[in-house]
Design a protein around this ligand. Sequence first.
Ligand code: DX5
Ligand code: ZN
Length: 216
Amino acid sequence: LALVLVAPSILSANFACLGEDINKVEKAGADWLHIDIMDGHFVPNLTIGPQVVADIRKRSRLFFDVHLMIEKPETLIPSFVEAGADLITVHLEACVHLHRVISLIKGYGIKAGVALNPATPVYLLNDIASELDLVLVMSVNPGFGGQTFISGAVEKIKELKQLLDNKGLNPFIQVDGGINETTGRRVVEAGANVLVAGSYIFGSSDIEKAVQSLKF
Ligand code: DX5
Ligand code: ZN
């Protein structure tokens, strides 16, 4: 029984053959496709825009989990919805009017998530938690694949689980950054149920084995 969902991050795919790499993880049993969107401002890196998402939408039936690491996400949310996102996660640090942004996403009939950078405390979710389908705990500073897992994320997930339990809420708890079989087990034990993994999956010589190894 797979209680944990695995969301390969295409940040570590080969963008010269993105469609093929996506088909590989889909065949390997991935549950979601994690799509990292970076603007060179909120994070010091650039990735892809809505057109690429729309193009890969035609090649994959996976659930599209779009992680926006951009300033003013409200300006691009309509385009990513149009492109085929099933879930859009915005960073708490990037939203002055977080409640408005979450309402905007949910108004399109798709799921909404909020991501927390490693230095952002869980208690800031107190007044928005009931509106969320997902909380993303970043276990690296966003911007790049292949970074080392920040182990403080484990305690943070426990704290988040506590906050949610106290309110009788049950959104997905996703973790992103430095996830492999070892760190994945630790965060799942702490309460996470969606694991994002980029370099661990796409850098593996056996992609199916890597995906399956995270289905705790
Ligand atoms: C980091 C991105 C992650 C990244 C994870 O800014 O949000 O999704 O692709 O890569 P790994 O699994 O290699 O740490
Ligand atoms: Zn991500």
